[in-house]
Design a protein around this ligand. Structure first.
Ligand SMILES: [Ca+2]
Ligand SMILES: [Ca+2]
Length: 143
């Protein structure tokens, strides 16, 4: 079993998922949804070395490499994904500022491109996320 705790709050609204990849074959072994409290569990993981990849809408992905599973339960550290990737290219850059500015002040009930924190509106909070995480490129470190 593989267990972990991810970010909470706005992160949860943006459909986070965690993907388990076999480090040898690069094949995806499992994809886990992340619960409201940030928990995820992946059961029946064969012994081996894996990479975990966490991703979420409007956030930059993060990876944890060299994860060894040897038959006992593994609890991974929490990860906080950095928001601000409005255009979905897994980096926070100038295009993301443009995307947020272009929809600034609008209601966005579907959490589309400008609503980074998925609160239903494109506002200063979304700009702050883009500016605060500007230059982040995925996959980011798992931290
Ligand atoms: Ca981007
Ligand atoms: Ca917002």
């Amino acid at each position: 079993m593989l267990q972990g705790v991810a970010g909470a709050g706005p992160f949860v609204a943006s459909e986070p998922e965690v993907r388990l990849v076999d480090s040898t074959t690069a094949q995806t072994i499992a994809v886990a949804d992340v619960a409201d409290n940030g928990d995820f569990v992946i059961n029946n993981v064969a012994p081996g070395v894996y990479q975990l990849r966490a991703d979420s809408l409007r956030h930059v992905s993060a990876t944890l490499s060299g994860l060894t599973v040897d038959g006992s339960d593994v609890v991974v550290p929490a990860v906080t994904l950095r928001g601000g990737d409005a255009d979905g290219d897994d980096a926070v850059a100038g295009g993301d500022i443009s995307a947020v500015v272009a929809t600034f002040g609008l209601a966005d009930p579907n959490c589309s491109t400008g609503d980074i924190n998925c609160d239903g509106f494109v506002s200063g909070a979304d700009i702050s996320l883009v500016v605060g995480n500007f230059g982040t490129v995925g996959p980011a470190p798992w931290e």
